[in-house]
Ligand binder design. Structure first.
Ligand SMILES: Cc1cc2nc3c(=O)[nH]c(=O)nc-3n(C[C@H](O)[C@H](O)[C@H](O)COP(=O)(O)OP(=O)(O)OC[C@H]3O[C@@H](n4cnc5c(N)ncnc54)[C@H](O)[C@@H]3O)c2cc1C
Length: 349
């Protein structure tokens, strides 16, 4: 028999979890502290394994309608010399389908549409911030913390040992209103610039620099780099750029579950630096694995379901987080030799 669940957070991880639980017949309420869905966020790369998870959640078709394939990307020097290829061709060859890119708002829309289509006993309560986590645990059979890197659920139940940690780098992200013609990443000393497709006629871009850099300084930092990097920064309005401090969850959690009725998914469980582009993928994989385990075991053996989820996802997600942090170190180093070692590891064509 199914039960009642509360999911804290309506980001990618929370909405995907709500879909899976509702599909398994649970009564679900989602609490989201924002009054309105957040409309910002640039492109997410969605790996074929996460696409398969979206298919299993019934979101695949709506997702693919707004996604674009990511087939070719190179790593370049600031002067434009190609050093290596990102392994996108290999991913497509192995999986039989390409990596896809989708803007964050479009992915959230696809998840919300699926949740609405499932109907029945699911409510999304916007503008409600979860504070009293023990009360939620007392009132529901299952509590899912999908509340991001600063997770109130994690802090209340697993303590403050692990928390958000800054890594001394800021990322700037934005969208240019033209197609760049080339995609991939350009690595320079202590900074890098990336460009990906996102939708026809637009280019998703991101740049990382040391924390103190302002928007005005960003243009200077990339002046003289190969085109279209200076053009992108010159032609997009800095008022539309988003700046965020790169953080990750440290130290890694010893468990993603607690007390037989609480589970963490996505950034709440393993927030990572964005270098491998896996934040959304891992949240989707967590949500699908958790809800599959819960559907298989049912309410009566929920603690077993949560243990199965922890076994399936914790090490896997933490390996990705560690890989992303390590790649960040290589990409942002001032030492050319270390950077070249990372490029050699990536070189496939
Ligand atoms: C606004 C925004 C923009 C982003 N843009 C990008 C991007 O462009 N590129 C990229 O790679 N990654 C981006 N990310 C990160 C990316 O979305 C996540 O790494 C990934 O999707 C994992 O999602 P998540 O659902 O675990 O966490 P999140 O996306 O962080 O979602 C957590 C949700 O929980 C809500 N919440 C937090 N605390 C509470 C509480 N106490 N009560 C109720 N609700 C709560 C938050 O408002 C948020 O909606 C962005 C995240 C956010 C929040």
């Amino acid at each position: 028999m199914a039960g009642t669940a509360v999911v804290v957070g309506a980001g990618v991880g929370g909405l995907a979890t709500a879909i899976g639980l509702r599909g398994a017949g649970w009564r679900v309420s989602v609490l989201e502290r924002r009054a309105e869905p957040e409309r910002y966020g640039t492109a997410f790369g969605i790996h074929p394994t996460a696409q398969a998870a979206l298919d299993r959640l019934g979101v695949g078709e709506a997702f693919r309608r707004r996604a674009v394939p990511y087939r070719s990307a190179r790593i370049r020097t600031p002067r434009g010399k190609v050093l290596a290829s990102l392994p996108l061709e290999r991913i497509e060859r192995r999986a039989g389908r390409p990596e896809l890119l989708i803007s964050r708002p479009h992915l959230l829309d696809a998840l919300l549409a699926r949740l609405a289509a499932l109907g029945g006993e699911v409510t999304v309560r916007a503008g409600v911030e979860a504070h009293d986590v023990p009360a939620l645990v007392a009132e529901h059979d299952l509590v899912v913390g999908a509340d991001g890197i600063g997770s109130a659920v994690r802090t209340a139940l697993l303590g403050g040992r692990s928390g958000p940690r800054r890594i001394g780098t800021v990322a700037w992200i934005g969208i240019a209103d033209f197609e760049s013609g080339i995609h991939g990443e350009t690595w320079g000393r202590g900074r890098f610039f990336g460009m990906t497709p996102v939708e026809p006629g637009r280019t998703n871009w991101y740049a990382t620099v040391p924390e103190a850099t302002t928007a005005e300084e960003l243009r200077d930092r990339f002046a003289g780099w190969h085109e279209p990097i200076p053009r992108i920064l010159a032609e997009t309005d800095p008022a539309t750029w988003i700046r965020y401090e790169m953080r990750h969850l440290f130290p890694a959690l010893r468990s993603f579950v607690h007390g037989g009725k609480v589970a963490l998914v996505g950034d709440a469980a393993h927030a990572m630096t964005p270098n491998l582009g896996q934040g959304a993928c891992t949240a989707i994989l967590d949500a699908e694995a958790l809800t599959r385990a819960v559907a298989r075991h049912g309410r009566a053996t929920l603690p077993e379901a949560l243990r199965a989820y922890d076994t399936e996802r914790r090490r896997a997600a933490q390996r990705v987080a560690f890989g992303s942090r390590t790649l960040h170190r290589f990409m942002s180093t001032d030492h050319t030799r270390l950077r070249n070692a990372a490029i050699s590891a990536l070189r496939v064509g």
